[in-house]
Design a binder for this molecule. Structure first.
Ligand SMILES: [Zn+2]
Ligand SMILES: [Zn+2]
Length: 265
């Protein structure tokens, strides 16, 4: 499996990152994508990706931190997008639940980073919370800026919304909340999404899935998201593993698992 959204760069893992990555094979993980949320976390995510073979990274400024975004950050992401371990720009987007940055600043940083992704030739990883209509408008208005693909991470919108973003070429990524009891809306999306367009993630250290809810999340727990998908989609666990791995390799073209990636040969 590939955990397509981790924050191994979080302070909570400061002394545990070596052990967590060493545990990947036992957890059935072949890779993880380490996601930035601001400039320092981007530098840290890249350094960890360079240190650990199965760790890749995405560079970007989260909507929460959009008010701090500068063009120098964009230049840095573009420069470091050339690193073989940088597979995406993200996480970027809109979060109108917490509104930690003013909404105009969120929109501006989002669009500027779409331009960075386009110049870098990389897919984008989108964080979206309580801004679904506006996100759809922005995506429809800027189609040329994500021709290298997009992922809606920790998808929590409706099936109708899923249909809209699938039509724009998006991949839909499922996280721990899919395992929660009150996840019927997301469960419906999980049953409906085409086999070639879904991904799995933990978003660790956040969003710990059942049965570990309340503990610090970690990449190994992506298994519980995959198990829930297996039940909801009515297919064997091994098929979920295979489909999500193939899909991750399709969207993140620079992933190079066991030397069989597209960058080699
Ligand atoms: Zn997020
Ligand atoms: Zn995240």
């Amino acid at each position: 499996m590939i955990d397509t959204h981790v924050h191994l760069n979080d302070k909570r893992y400061e002394n545990r990152a070596d052990d967590i990555v060493a545990g990947f094979p036992a957890a059935g993980l072949s890779a993880a994508v380490n996601i930035a949320y601001d400039r320092p976390s981007a530098e840290h995510a890249l350094a960890q990706a360079q240190k650990y073979a199965p760790v890749y990274c995405a560079l970007g400024v989260h909507p929460h931190d959009s008010k701090e975004y500068t063009d120098a950050d964009g230049d840095y992401f573009l420069l470091k997008s050339k690193d073989p371990k940088t597979v995406a720009i993200g996480e970027i987007g809109l979060d109108y639940h917490y509104d930690l940055s003013p909404r105009p600043a969120q929109r501006e940083a989002f669009i500027k980073q779409l331009h960075i992704a386009d110049k870098a030739g990389l897919p984008v990883i989108i964080h979206l919370r309580e801004a679904a209509g506006e996100m759809l408008d922005l995506l429809q208005a800027h189609k040329s800026l994500y021709s290298h693909g997009l992922v809606l991470h920790c998808f929590s919108e409706s099936r109708e919304y899923a249909r809209e973003v699938l039509n724009l070429g998006a991949y839909i990524s499922f996280a721990g909340p899919l395992t929660f009891k009150k996840a019927e809306k997301t469960a419906e999306v999980a049953r409906f999404v085409p086999a070639d367009r879904y991904l799995i993630e933990t978003d660790c250290p956040y969003l710990t899935p059942e049965p570990h809810r309340g503990e610090t999340n970690e990449p190994a727990y992506v298994r519980f998201v995959a198990e829930k998908l297996s039940v909801l989609r009515g297919v064997p666990f091994a098929q979920i593993e295979q489909e999500t791995t193939e899909n991750a390799e399709a969207i993140f073209k620079k992933l190079n698992i066991d030397g069989r990636g597209k960058m080699v040969g």
